[in-house]
Design a protein. Sequence first.
Length: 246
Amino acid sequence: MVATVSRVVDYGTYVKLDEYDEREGLIHISEIASTWVKNIRDYVREGQKLVLKVLRVSPQKSQIDLSLRRVTGREKAEKMLEWKKEGKALSILMAASEKLGADKSAEDQVKQAILEKYGSLFDIFEEAVEVGEDPFLKLNINSDWAKALAEVAKAKIKIEKAKVRSSVELTCPKPNGIEAIKSALLSAQKIRKPKGAEIKVYAVGAPKYRIEVLARNYAEAESTLKAAVQEALTTIQNLGGEGRQL
């Protein structure tokens, strides 16, 4: 979880949990770093944002013990990205509420409807940037709210996509060879792909063609490109032609 350092003492660090109404937790000095800590202030300072792991919770003592040293670099990066996205999502919700002149109760109802279906706020806003109001309408959120949320999301979220591409060589000596090549390229475009992904196909100069994929990340883009290329090669072979990836 994300927390903000509030106090640094000789035996550890007190933090406020950003995602839990700023409840207080403690990082004991033994959980600050994997090596011996001579001066705790070399590792933490007041006001610093940290990503921490929960070790134990004691409701009776109202005590939450946390660890900094057990968080990997990857976990830290992923959690901070998630936290920033949810912060932006909350700002979109509040901006839409202000735009409509809605009260806190109405805002909370919309928030709850989204969380029950999506588990987080940002995912639906990211989807709305691409497809508009429909995701909100499917949750039975009224049209005024749906329109306001989609408009604010489009203004505040810029979706950057990963792009990958590959060239293929397709030939077919049969009388309907041109149609066979078209079918192969169209079949590549029509493969099942992740939400938000796009496949573009264009000629470089016969018999060479390029397949380009845009997706939310490189892993999705690479796997989609691989499937699209394979589909084009398989289709042209089934139609009596030949194909290879360049």
